[in-house]
Design a protein around this ligand. Sequence first.
Ligand code: HEM
Ligand code: HEM
Length: 192
Amino acid sequence: MARSLIRKEVIPFLMMFSSLIVSTMIIDSLLHQFELVWIGRYLGIPGTILILLSFFYSMHKHKIIQFGKPKDMLILHETFTWIGALMILVHAGIHIYAILPWLALIAMLINVISGMTGKYLLARSRLFLAEKKTVYLQQGLSEEIVEKKLFWDATTFELMKKWRAVHLPISMAFAVLGITHILSIFLFWEWI
Ligand code: HEM
Ligand code: HEM
């Protein structure tokens, strides 16, 4: 049991997070080697856009948009936040001129770690709900509807509710710090 927990949850989690950090270091050193560090300065923009696009998942969940399957939309959320976070980490570089953007960066990293934890908690909730599948199928629901129902059931499971109570405030803190940094840069560039 403990061994399968490490293999199925702890190792993939560590891989997902460490690959983010290692990729940042590789891209950062390549940019330095080819004297393209200025690109990093602009990577904040596509990075932010990708994180915003990742909220298609939330929009789907709250029925603001209808297209896509919930599972695919969640994969989109996980992938876009991972790539967006990578761009923003490269964007941040390794020097410190201002505190506020670094606080935003720390909030983003806590968010990423929390999101990755949520991914495994969700997989676990789905396991707990496995027997519900038989009940739904007995009710004569189609495979596709059952898949959707099980997905949303897993997100409202007690474990996920507790996780969300932590994850949402962290997301808010990230949003406030990130927006303040972006607005102050736009002011500096005289865009607003
Ligand atoms: C539209 C999006 C963004 C734009 C246009 C932008 C722009 C900039 C610019 C121009 C700088 C350079 C400031 C300087 O050299 O003094 C900078 C630095 C930085 N930005 Fe952003 N940024 C964006 C998004 C973000 C986000 C979302 C985060 C964090 C999660 C972030 C974190 C940082 C950090 C950590 C630095 C380094 C500060 C330092 O050198 O002390 N940026 N940003
Ligand atoms: C910048 C980073 C991130 C931010 C700001 C963020 C934000 C959010 C928010 C606000 C939600 C709640 C959605 C809703 O209930 O409407 C959410 C859910 C979720 N996120 Fe993220 N997230 C980030 C990164 C990640 C990453 C890297 C992963 C996994 C690899 C991830 C996995 C999840 C999962 C599994 C859920 C739960 C789905 C649910 O309960 O409906 N997130 N995220």
